[in-house]
Design a binder for this molecule. Structure first.
Ligand SMILES: [Zn+2]
Length: 511
């Protein structure tokens, strides 16, 4: 007869909640009961816990063991509860000292090894914020937990190490062979420093468009032949975006931690992330999903960063359509029969398209074999709601060999990023009353209301609308971009040359 309590963390989306793991041992017939909304993986914990305890030299007594995870209303998923369960069970059986207010995270192997789990960063953060000062985590994830400053983190590679930490006699313990406690997963390669604008030769308009997009958080479409540098430009957008604050970095790193399947990470992501799914990607890969716990997809991994769709018209139509939810709400909710999860997904969208399906319509004498119908069909896949959200449509010309190989100095990312940060600050001050932060978020009501420009200034735009050359939505998009151009120049409001440039950057569009 005995009772004990330990702590673990349940993740709901990217927020963690400390849960109590209660263990009770009674003299009834031997059995193992798990209460509190456990999913299948958690149910299998019964077998892992018994075997791991036995193979670590501390078998659980053949009595009735009841484990209760509270609060019951919280969904608890995955294998990260194993460690807290086995420690509670051994304590209830009086085989181990109480562990007080320590949170245990980790999956058990049958041999007693402790395996890495995804989501250690948000779990450790939740423990710290709930007032816990000490966590025990898989050795592989220890540096990730240490990103929470102040938290005492102990990394363990097997249950016997945990038992040693809690004062068990090492003589009686069995340590699994080291090979089984060394999972082969490599450090997930996270480029901590984005590529630099100094590498981009030529493409003056592309560079300028990228700076405007960064400054106003505008979505962007690059149109140009293969090899013209669309990808090169897009990859450099994260480097000119404002660096992430510590809170934002924790949030972004947490998403990547959850989608890492336990791969260790040792540093906070301080720069905007960049995600570039292939055009064959499924809706699930983009939005998130999978069996069991729905995993964050590309749109969430791109949160506070850039989602780049190269050859955008080649993506499946349903994949492109699915982008509407995150573009509207800044988050994505994944509903599964077993569980649902909501992940943040506020990203800047960069689309790239070739001028035609064959990509040879560059105007440089290459043979384009596409019919006009094929070209229309190609672009029509991007039509409608998606294009409505894209303020900048840039035509990227083929770069000449001379330009590509020019070694002249090109402005690096850092001074551009400083201008972007200043422009963002101006927007923040101006737009505070409207509850938005960036020009890209301003709507027609704001633009044609409080921020209305003098009619003399917008005459040419109004005429373009009258002629049918610009839609009302297109008119608003030009205004949004013009405000950003003015912010970059430190002007109080857009001048007519800013409006002209903004209109020029919609040259691709017929809307
Ligand atoms: Zn073609």
């Amino acid at each position: 007869m005995g009772y004990a309590k330990t702590y673990a963390v349940a993740l709901v989306g990217i927020s963690g909640h400390v849960i109590e793991v209660e263990a009770d041992i009674s003299q009834a017939l031997p059995g193992f009961v798990l209460l509190g909304l456990p999913d299948t993986a958690l149910n299998e914990a019964k077998d892992r816990v018994r075997s791991a305890a036995k193979n670590s030299g501390k078998p659980l007594p053949p009595q009735k063991l009841t484990i209760n995870l509270t609060p019951a209303r919280l969904p608890k998923r995955g294998t990260g509860f194993d460690l807290a369960i086995v420690v509670a069970a051994l304590q209830a059986a009086k085989l181990l000292q109480p562990s007080g207010r320590t949170v245990f995270l980790g999956e058990l192997g049958l041999d007693g090894s402790v395996r890495p789990i995804p989501g250690v960063l948000p779990a450790a953060r939740a423990a710290w914020e709930a007032g816990f000062e000490s966590v025990v985590v898989p050795e592989h994830n220890a540096n990730e937990a240490r990103l929470i400053s102040g938290l005492e983190v102990r990394g363990v590679s097997c249950l016997a190490e945990v038992l040693t930490l809690l004062g068990a006699d090492t003589e009686q313990l069995r340590f699994p062979s080291s090979s089984s406690t060394r999972p082969g997963s490599e450090d997930e390669a996270v480029p901590l420093m984005p590529a630099d604008m100094a590498d981009v030769a030529g493409q003056e308009e592309g560079r300028l468009a990228l700076e405007i997009a960064a400054a106003g958080a505008h979505h962007l479409l690059f149109n140009g032949p293969p090899g013209s540098g669309k990808t090169m430009l897009a990859e450099r957008l994260p480097g000119i975006l404002p660096p992430l604050s510590t809170d934002q970095a924790l949030e972004v790193t947490a998403i990547h931690s959850i989608s890492s399947r336990g791969a260790p990470r040792t540093q906070l992501m301080r720069y905007a992330p960049f995600e570039a799914p292939h055009h064959t990607a499924s809706a699930a890969a983009l939005m998130g999903g999978g069996s069991g716990i729905p995993q964050p997809g590309c749109v969430s991994r791109a949160h506070r960063g850039v989602l780049f769709l190269d050859e955008a018209p080649e993506f499946h139509r349903n994949v492109l359509d699915s982008l509407r939810q995150p573009l509207e709400s800044g988050s994505v909710t994944l509903d599964r029969s077993t569980a649902s999860a909501t992940y943040p997904a506020r990203f800047q969208l960069v689309l790239a398209a070739n001028p035609c399906p064959c990509g040879k319509n560059s105007g440089r004498g290459l043979e384009c074999t596409c019919t006009s119908k094929e070209r229309r069909t190609y672009f029509s896949r991007l039509s409608g709601p998606l294009l409505d959200r894209i303020d900048l449509h840039i035509t990227v010309p083929q770069v000449s060999a001379a330009e590509l190989t020019s070694t002249g100095s090109h402005e690096p990312s850092q001074p551009i990023r400083e201008r972007v940060v200043q422009a963002r600050e101006k927007q923040r001050e101006r737009l505070a009353d409207f509850g938005v932060l960036t020009n890209a978020e301003t709507n027609g009501k704001i633009l044609r209301g409080k921020l209305k420009l003098p009619a003399t200034m917008t005459q040419s735009l109004s005429r373009a609308v009258d002629r049918g050359a610009l839609t009302a939505r297109g008119y608003d998009r030009v205004l949004r971009t013009a405000w950003t151009i003015a912010d970059l120049e430190g002007a109080e409001s857009p001048r007519s040359d800013h409006l002209d440039l903004a209109l020029y950057f919609r040259n691709m569009s017929r809307t």
